[in-house]
Design a protein around this ligand. Structure first.
Ligand SMILES: Cc1cc2nc3c(=O)[nH]c(=O)nc-3n(C[C@H](O)[C@H](O)[C@H](O)COP(=O)(O)OP(=O)(O)OC[C@H]3O[C@@H](n4cnc5c(N)ncnc54)[C@H](O)[C@@H]3O)c2cc1C
Length: 359
Protein backbone atom coordinates (compact mmCIF):
# COMPACT_ATOMS: atom_id res chain seq x y z
CA UNK A 1 0.00 0.00 0.00
CA UNK A 2 2.90 2.37 0.71
CA UNK A 3 3.70 2.75 -3.00
CA UNK A 4 0.16 3.83 -3.85
CA UNK A 5 -0.27 7.59 -4.27
CA UNK A 6 -2.28 9.90 -2.08
CA UNK A 7 -5.32 11.14 -4.03
CA UNK A 8 -6.18 14.81 -3.58
CA UNK A 9 -9.70 15.68 -4.74
CA UNK A 10 -9.96 19.27 -6.00
CA UNK A 11 -7.39 21.59 -7.58
CA UNK A 12 -8.33 24.72 -5.62
CA UNK A 13 -5.76 26.40 -3.38
CA UNK A 14 -6.18 23.78 -0.63
CA UNK A 15 -5.69 20.76 -2.88
CA UNK A 16 -2.76 22.36 -4.71
CA UNK A 17 -1.04 23.36 -1.45
CA UNK A 18 -1.59 19.92 0.01
CA UNK A 19 -0.11 18.27 -3.07
CA UNK A 20 2.93 20.60 -3.10
CA UNK A 21 3.78 19.73 0.50
CA UNK A 22 3.24 15.99 0.05
CA UNK A 23 5.35 15.94 -3.10
CA UNK A 24 8.10 18.01 -1.42
CA UNK A 25 8.11 15.35 1.31
CA UNK A 26 8.51 12.57 -1.29
CA UNK A 27 4.98 11.23 -1.08
CA UNK A 28 3.54 10.26 -4.49
CA UNK A 29 0.42 12.32 -5.03
CA UNK A 30 -2.17 12.79 -7.77
CA UNK A 31 -4.84 15.48 -8.02
CA UNK A 32 -8.32 14.89 -9.43
CA UNK A 33 -10.29 17.95 -10.54
CA UNK A 34 -13.75 17.88 -12.05
CA UNK A 35 -13.22 21.11 -14.01
CA UNK A 36 -11.53 20.58 -17.33
CA UNK A 37 -9.06 23.40 -16.70
CA UNK A 38 -7.93 25.89 -14.06
CA UNK A 39 -10.31 28.14 -12.15
CA UNK A 40 -10.58 31.57 -13.79
CA UNK A 41 -12.27 33.46 -10.92
CA UNK A 42 -10.09 35.77 -8.86
CA UNK A 43 -11.90 34.89 -5.62
CA UNK A 44 -9.82 35.33 -2.46
CA UNK A 45 -7.41 38.24 -2.82
CA UNK A 46 -5.75 38.50 0.60
CA UNK A 47 -2.84 36.32 1.71
CA UNK A 48 -2.07 36.73 5.40
CA UNK A 49 1.26 36.72 7.26
CA UNK A 50 1.01 33.13 8.53
CA UNK A 51 0.19 31.86 5.05
CA UNK A 52 3.14 33.81 3.63
CA UNK A 53 5.38 32.19 6.26
CA UNK A 54 4.08 28.80 5.18
CA UNK A 55 4.63 29.60 1.49
CA UNK A 56 8.17 30.69 2.36
CA UNK A 57 8.85 27.26 3.91
CA UNK A 58 8.26 25.78 0.45
CA UNK A 59 10.12 28.49 -1.46
CA UNK A 60 6.92 30.05 -2.85
CA UNK A 61 6.71 33.40 -1.05
CA UNK A 62 8.84 35.35 -3.53
CA UNK A 63 6.63 34.34 -6.45
CA UNK A 64 3.49 35.43 -4.57
CA UNK A 65 5.09 38.75 -3.58
CA UNK A 66 6.04 39.33 -7.21
CA UNK A 67 2.51 38.56 -8.43
CA UNK A 68 0.66 40.61 -5.81
CA UNK A 69 0.69 43.96 -4.04
CA UNK A 70 1.71 44.36 -0.41
CA UNK A 71 -0.61 46.05 2.05
CA UNK A 72 0.71 47.29 5.42
CA UNK A 73 -2.61 48.48 6.77
CA UNK A 74 -6.21 48.99 5.76
CA UNK A 75 -7.43 52.50 4.99
CA UNK A 76 -10.98 53.71 5.60
CA UNK A 77 -12.58 56.17 3.21
CA UNK A 78 -15.40 58.41 4.45
CA UNK A 79 -16.89 61.24 2.39
CA UNK A 80 -13.90 60.99 0.07
CA UNK A 81 -11.34 61.45 2.89
CA UNK A 82 -8.82 58.74 3.74
CA UNK A 83 -8.22 57.61 7.34
CA UNK A 84 -5.32 55.26 8.13
CA UNK A 85 -6.35 52.12 10.04
CA UNK A 86 -4.09 50.10 12.36
CA UNK A 87 -0.77 49.17 10.78
CA UNK A 88 0.17 45.53 10.24
CA UNK A 89 3.87 46.38 10.60
CA UNK A 90 3.90 45.52 14.33
CA UNK A 91 3.16 41.84 13.61
CA UNK A 92 5.91 39.49 14.69
CA UNK A 93 6.44 37.94 11.30
CA UNK A 94 8.90 37.91 8.47
CA UNK A 95 5.88 39.11 6.46
CA UNK A 96 4.12 41.82 8.54
CA UNK A 97 1.66 42.53 5.76
CA UNK A 98 -1.26 41.36 3.68
CA UNK A 99 -0.44 40.38 0.12
CA UNK A 100 -3.20 41.23 -2.33
CA UNK A 101 -2.89 38.59 -5.03
CA UNK A 102 -5.59 37.20 -7.33
CA UNK A 103 -6.47 33.62 -6.35
CA UNK A 104 -5.88 32.60 -9.97
CA UNK A 105 -2.26 33.82 -9.66
CA UNK A 106 -1.74 32.00 -6.35
CA UNK A 107 -3.10 28.81 -7.90
CA UNK A 108 -0.88 29.22 -10.97
CA UNK A 109 2.20 29.54 -8.74
CA UNK A 110 1.24 26.31 -6.96
CA UNK A 111 0.57 24.53 -10.27
CA UNK A 112 3.95 25.65 -11.62
CA UNK A 113 5.64 24.09 -8.59
CA UNK A 114 3.61 20.90 -9.01
CA UNK A 115 4.66 20.69 -12.65
CA UNK A 116 8.31 20.89 -11.54
CA UNK A 117 7.67 18.18 -8.96
CA UNK A 118 6.06 15.98 -11.63
CA UNK A 119 2.63 15.84 -9.96
CA UNK A 120 -0.20 14.98 -12.30
CA UNK A 121 -3.52 16.82 -12.25
CA UNK A 122 -6.32 14.71 -13.75
CA UNK A 123 -8.56 17.45 -15.19
CA UNK A 124 -12.18 16.58 -15.93
CA UNK A 125 -12.55 13.72 -13.45
CA UNK A 126 -15.26 14.07 -10.83
CA UNK A 127 -14.94 12.11 -7.61
CA UNK A 128 -18.06 10.06 -6.92
CA UNK A 129 -17.36 7.58 -4.14
CA UNK A 130 -14.73 5.37 -2.55
CA UNK A 131 -14.34 1.95 -0.99
CA UNK A 132 -11.82 1.20 1.75
CA UNK A 133 -10.00 -2.09 2.23
CA UNK A 134 -6.90 -2.87 4.25
CA UNK A 135 -4.95 -3.01 0.95
CA UNK A 136 -5.88 0.57 0.08
CA UNK A 137 -8.65 2.79 -1.21
CA UNK A 138 -10.46 2.49 -4.50
CA UNK A 139 -11.71 5.92 -5.54
CA UNK A 140 -14.41 6.15 -8.23
CA UNK A 141 -14.68 8.96 -10.78
CA UNK A 142 -16.75 9.94 -13.77
CA UNK A 143 -15.68 12.15 -16.67
CA UNK A 144 -16.87 15.73 -16.83
CA UNK A 145 -17.13 18.27 -19.60
CA UNK A 146 -17.71 22.01 -19.55
CA UNK A 147 -21.01 23.69 -20.30
CA UNK A 148 -21.12 26.89 -22.34
CA UNK A 149 -21.19 28.84 -19.04
CA UNK A 150 -17.88 27.23 -18.07
CA UNK A 151 -19.37 25.03 -15.35
CA UNK A 152 -18.27 21.42 -15.07
CA UNK A 153 -20.97 18.84 -15.59
CA UNK A 154 -20.82 15.07 -15.54
CA UNK A 155 -20.84 13.64 -19.08
CA UNK A 156 -22.38 10.47 -17.82
CA UNK A 157 -24.78 10.01 -15.01
CA UNK A 158 -22.43 7.19 -14.46
CA UNK A 159 -23.64 3.71 -13.80
CA UNK A 160 -21.31 1.56 -11.71
CA UNK A 161 -19.86 0.07 -14.92
CA UNK A 162 -18.94 3.48 -16.35
CA UNK A 163 -17.08 4.68 -13.29
CA UNK A 164 -13.29 4.85 -13.42
CA UNK A 165 -11.53 3.22 -10.49
CA UNK A 166 -8.19 4.57 -9.21
CA UNK A 167 -6.24 3.05 -6.32
CA UNK A 168 -4.71 5.21 -3.64
CA UNK A 169 -3.30 4.92 -0.13
CA UNK A 170 -5.17 7.92 1.33
CA UNK A 171 -7.74 10.34 -0.01
CA UNK A 172 -7.95 14.04 0.85
CA UNK A 173 -11.18 15.88 0.09
CA UNK A 174 -10.25 19.44 -0.94
CA UNK A 175 -13.38 19.64 -3.05
CA UNK A 176 -14.88 22.86 -1.74
CA UNK A 177 -18.05 23.86 0.07
CA UNK A 178 -20.28 21.35 -1.74
CA UNK A 179 -17.84 18.53 -1.05
CA UNK A 180 -18.78 15.10 -2.28
CA UNK A 181 -16.01 13.57 -0.17
CA UNK A 182 -17.68 15.04 2.92
CA UNK A 183 -20.87 13.14 2.09
CA UNK A 184 -19.02 9.88 1.50
CA UNK A 185 -17.49 9.95 5.00
CA UNK A 186 -20.90 10.63 6.52
CA UNK A 187 -20.03 14.09 7.86
CA UNK A 188 -22.86 16.53 8.47
CA UNK A 189 -22.24 20.17 7.44
CA UNK A 190 -23.57 21.75 10.59
CA UNK A 191 -24.36 25.46 10.85
CA UNK A 192 -26.55 28.06 9.24
CA UNK A 193 -27.12 30.17 6.14
CA UNK A 194 -27.17 33.87 7.00
CA UNK A 195 -29.91 36.16 5.79
CA UNK A 196 -27.41 38.39 4.00
CA UNK A 197 -25.58 38.45 0.75
CA UNK A 198 -22.54 40.19 -0.66
CA UNK A 199 -21.65 40.89 -4.25
CA UNK A 200 -18.07 40.09 -5.14
CA UNK A 201 -16.87 41.58 -8.40
CA UNK A 202 -13.77 42.02 -10.45
CA UNK A 203 -13.64 45.65 -11.50
CA UNK A 204 -11.53 47.62 -13.93
CA UNK A 205 -11.37 51.29 -12.92
CA UNK A 206 -8.87 54.11 -13.18
CA UNK A 207 -8.72 55.94 -9.91
CA UNK A 208 -5.66 57.84 -8.83
CA UNK A 209 -6.15 58.09 -5.08
CA UNK A 210 -7.31 54.67 -3.88
CA UNK A 211 -5.07 52.69 -1.49
CA UNK A 212 -4.41 49.01 -2.24
CA UNK A 213 -6.84 47.85 0.46
CA UNK A 214 -9.65 50.24 1.32
CA UNK A 215 -12.96 50.23 3.19
CA UNK A 216 -15.32 52.83 1.79
CA UNK A 217 -18.00 53.67 4.34
CA UNK A 218 -21.25 54.81 2.75
CA UNK A 219 -24.82 55.20 4.06
CA UNK A 220 -26.03 52.58 1.52
CA UNK A 221 -23.46 50.02 2.75
CA UNK A 222 -19.75 49.23 2.73
CA UNK A 223 -17.55 48.85 -0.30
CA UNK A 224 -14.25 47.03 0.24
CA UNK A 225 -11.69 47.16 -2.54
CA UNK A 226 -8.40 45.36 -3.05
CA UNK A 227 -6.16 46.32 -5.95
CA UNK A 228 -4.75 43.11 -7.39
CA UNK A 229 -3.11 44.59 -10.49
CA UNK A 230 -2.82 48.04 -12.06
CA UNK A 231 -6.40 49.39 -12.43
CA UNK A 232 -7.82 45.96 -11.52
CA UNK A 233 -9.75 45.61 -8.26
CA UNK A 234 -11.59 42.94 -6.37
CA UNK A 235 -14.62 44.67 -4.82
CA UNK A 236 -16.97 43.46 -2.08
CA UNK A 237 -20.26 45.32 -2.09
CA UNK A 238 -22.67 45.22 0.85
CA UNK A 239 -26.02 46.87 1.46
CA UNK A 240 -27.52 48.16 4.70
CA UNK A 241 -31.03 47.45 3.29
CA UNK A 242 -32.22 44.66 1.00
CA UNK A 243 -29.79 44.35 -1.93
CA UNK A 244 -31.01 45.19 -5.44
CA UNK A 245 -30.86 42.70 -8.29
CA UNK A 246 -27.12 42.30 -8.78
CA UNK A 247 -26.54 42.78 -12.48
CA UNK A 248 -23.14 44.09 -13.71
CA UNK A 249 -24.84 47.39 -14.63
CA UNK A 250 -26.38 47.84 -11.17
CA UNK A 251 -23.07 46.97 -9.50
CA UNK A 252 -21.13 49.38 -11.73
CA UNK A 253 -23.53 52.18 -10.83
CA UNK A 254 -23.39 51.29 -7.12
CA UNK A 255 -19.58 51.31 -7.06
CA UNK A 256 -19.42 54.54 -9.05
CA UNK A 257 -21.79 56.20 -6.54
CA UNK A 258 -19.88 54.97 -3.49
CA UNK A 259 -16.54 56.03 -4.97
CA UNK A 260 -17.67 59.66 -5.31
CA UNK A 261 -16.09 62.21 -5.37
CA UNK A 262 -13.33 60.17 -7.07
CA UNK A 263 -13.47 59.99 -10.84
CA UNK A 264 -13.30 56.26 -11.64
CA UNK A 265 -12.93 56.60 -15.42
CA UNK A 266 -14.72 54.05 -17.59
CA UNK A 267 -15.54 51.59 -14.81
CA UNK A 268 -16.21 48.03 -15.99
CA UNK A 269 -17.49 45.14 -13.89
CA UNK A 270 -15.74 42.19 -15.50
CA UNK A 271 -17.32 39.45 -13.46
CA UNK A 272 -19.56 39.31 -10.45
CA UNK A 273 -21.00 36.72 -8.18
CA UNK A 274 -23.35 36.85 -5.30
CA UNK A 275 -22.26 35.25 -2.05
CA UNK A 276 -24.86 33.79 0.23
CA UNK A 277 -23.04 33.53 3.49
CA UNK A 278 -22.93 30.13 5.12
CA UNK A 279 -21.38 29.43 8.49
CA UNK A 280 -20.85 25.70 8.58
CA UNK A 281 -18.37 23.14 9.80
CA UNK A 282 -18.18 19.44 9.01
CA UNK A 283 -19.08 17.27 12.00
CA UNK A 284 -15.90 15.28 11.40
CA UNK A 285 -12.70 15.91 9.42
CA UNK A 286 -11.55 12.25 9.29
CA UNK A 287 -13.40 9.12 8.17
CA UNK A 288 -13.98 6.12 10.47
CA UNK A 289 -11.38 4.15 8.49
CA UNK A 290 -8.89 7.02 9.13
CA UNK A 291 -7.82 7.11 5.49
CA UNK A 292 -10.00 9.94 4.18
CA UNK A 293 -9.67 13.58 5.29
CA UNK A 294 -11.43 16.87 4.68
CA UNK A 295 -9.47 20.07 4.13
CA UNK A 296 -10.37 23.67 3.33
CA UNK A 297 -13.88 24.70 2.30
CA UNK A 298 -14.89 21.03 2.28
CA UNK A 299 -14.47 21.16 6.06
CA UNK A 300 -15.68 24.70 6.84
CA UNK A 301 -17.23 27.76 5.22
CA UNK A 302 -17.86 31.20 6.69
CA UNK A 303 -18.28 34.88 5.91
CA UNK A 304 -15.54 36.37 3.71
CA UNK A 305 -15.16 39.23 6.23
CA UNK A 306 -11.58 39.11 7.42
CA UNK A 307 -10.50 37.21 4.29
CA UNK A 308 -9.75 33.99 6.16
CA UNK A 309 -11.27 31.41 3.77
CA UNK A 310 -8.31 30.57 1.59
CA UNK A 311 -5.77 31.26 4.33
CA UNK A 312 -7.30 28.87 6.84
CA UNK A 313 -7.79 26.30 4.08
CA UNK A 314 -4.15 26.33 3.00
CA UNK A 315 -3.06 26.11 6.64
CA UNK A 316 -5.29 23.02 7.07
CA UNK A 317 -3.39 21.54 4.15
CA UNK A 318 -0.02 22.00 5.82
CA UNK A 319 -1.22 20.68 9.19
CA UNK A 320 -2.40 17.47 7.54
CA UNK A 321 0.24 17.00 4.84
CA UNK A 322 3.38 16.80 6.99
CA UNK A 323 1.71 14.35 9.38
CA UNK A 324 0.46 12.20 6.54
CA UNK A 325 3.95 12.19 5.01
CA UNK A 326 5.43 10.97 8.33
CA UNK A 327 2.87 8.17 8.56
CA UNK A 328 3.21 7.30 4.87
CA UNK A 329 6.98 6.86 5.25
CA UNK A 330 6.51 4.81 8.45
CA UNK A 331 8.15 7.44 10.64
CA UNK A 332 5.11 8.15 12.82
CA UNK A 333 2.25 6.15 14.25
CA UNK A 334 -1.08 6.65 12.44
CA UNK A 335 -2.51 8.09 15.68
CA UNK A 336 -0.74 11.36 14.88
CA UNK A 337 -3.34 11.88 12.15
CA UNK A 338 -6.04 12.32 14.82
CA UNK A 339 -4.31 15.53 15.86
CA UNK A 340 -5.26 17.04 12.50
CA UNK A 341 -8.92 17.20 13.56
CA UNK A 342 -8.08 17.96 17.20
CA UNK A 343 -6.05 21.00 16.16
CA UNK A 344 -8.01 22.28 13.18
CA UNK A 345 -11.62 21.99 14.41
CA UNK A 346 -11.11 24.66 17.12
CA UNK A 347 -9.41 26.92 14.54
CA UNK A 348 -12.39 26.51 12.20
CA UNK A 349 -14.87 27.22 15.01
CA UNK A 350 -12.99 30.34 16.10
CA UNK A 351 -12.74 31.65 12.55
CA UNK A 352 -16.43 31.07 11.87
CA UNK A 353 -17.28 33.02 15.05
CA UNK A 354 -14.83 35.85 14.34
CA UNK A 355 -15.70 36.34 10.67
CA UNK A 356 -19.41 36.26 11.59
CA UNK A 357 -18.83 39.00 14.17
CA UNK A 358 -16.91 41.10 11.62
CA UNK A 359 -19.66 40.90 9.02
C1 LIG B 1 -17.05 33.67 -5.90
C2 LIG B 1 -16.19 33.44 -4.67
C3 LIG B 1 -15.49 34.52 -4.11
C4 LIG B 1 -14.68 34.33 -2.98
N1 LIG B 1 -14.00 35.40 -2.44
C5 LIG B 1 -13.24 35.20 -1.32
C6 LIG B 1 -12.49 36.25 -0.73
O1 LIG B 1 -12.47 37.34 -1.24
N2 LIG B 1 -11.75 36.00 0.40
C7 LIG B 1 -11.67 34.75 0.96
O2 LIG B 1 -10.96 34.54 1.95
N3 LIG B 1 -12.37 33.74 0.41
C8 LIG B 1 -13.13 33.94 -0.70
N4 LIG B 1 -13.79 32.92 -1.24
C9 LIG B 1 -13.59 31.65 -0.62
C10 LIG B 1 -12.25 31.10 -1.06
O3 LIG B 1 -12.17 31.21 -2.46
C11 LIG B 1 -12.19 29.68 -0.56
O4 LIG B 1 -12.10 29.70 0.87
C12 LIG B 1 -11.02 28.91 -1.12
O5 LIG B 1 -11.12 28.87 -2.53
C13 LIG B 1 -11.05 27.50 -0.55
O6 LIG B 1 -10.25 26.70 -1.34
P1 LIG B 1 -10.58 25.17 -1.53
O7 LIG B 1 -9.47 24.67 -2.38
O8 LIG B 1 -10.82 24.54 -0.21
O9 LIG B 1 -11.96 25.12 -2.30
P2 LIG B 1 -12.29 25.59 -3.79
O10 LIG B 1 -11.49 26.77 -4.15
O11 LIG B 1 -13.78 25.67 -3.87
O12 LIG B 1 -11.77 24.40 -4.70
C14 LIG B 1 -12.42 23.15 -4.71
C15 LIG B 1 -12.10 22.46 -6.03
O13 LIG B 1 -12.64 21.15 -5.99
C16 LIG B 1 -13.25 20.87 -7.23
N5 LIG B 1 -14.28 19.83 -7.00
C17 LIG B 1 -15.47 19.98 -6.38
N6 LIG B 1 -16.11 18.80 -6.33
C18 LIG B 1 -15.31 17.89 -6.94
C19 LIG B 1 -15.43 16.49 -7.20
N7 LIG B 1 -16.52 15.79 -6.80
N8 LIG B 1 -14.43 15.87 -7.86
C20 LIG B 1 -13.31 16.57 -8.26
N9 LIG B 1 -13.16 17.90 -8.04
C21 LIG B 1 -14.14 18.54 -7.38
C22 LIG B 1 -13.83 22.20 -7.67
O14 LIG B 1 -14.07 22.23 -9.05
C23 LIG B 1 -12.74 23.16 -7.22
O15 LIG B 1 -11.78 23.36 -8.22
C24 LIG B 1 -14.59 33.05 -2.39
C25 LIG B 1 -15.28 31.98 -2.96
C26 LIG B 1 -16.08 32.16 -4.09
C27 LIG B 1 -16.83 30.99 -4.68
Amino acid sequence: MASLPVAVIGAGPTGLMCAVILAELNVPVEIYERNVGPNTEWRAPGIHARTMEMLARYGLADAVLAAGETVFGMVARLNGRLHEGPSLCHMRSEFPMLVSCAQTDTEQILRDRLAKLGVRIHWGLEFVDYAYEASGITAYFCHTATDSDGQARATTRATDKELLAHQCAYLIGCDGGRSRVRKTIGAVFEGKTLDASIAVCDVHMQVSRLPTACFTLHPDGQLITFRVRLNEYRAFVMWTDDPPEMTPEVLAETIRKRMQPEDVGSLQVQSCSQFTINERRASRFISDDKHVFLCGDAAHVHSPAGGQGMNMSMQDAENLAWKLAMVYHGRANADVLDTYAIERIPVADRTIRLSGALF
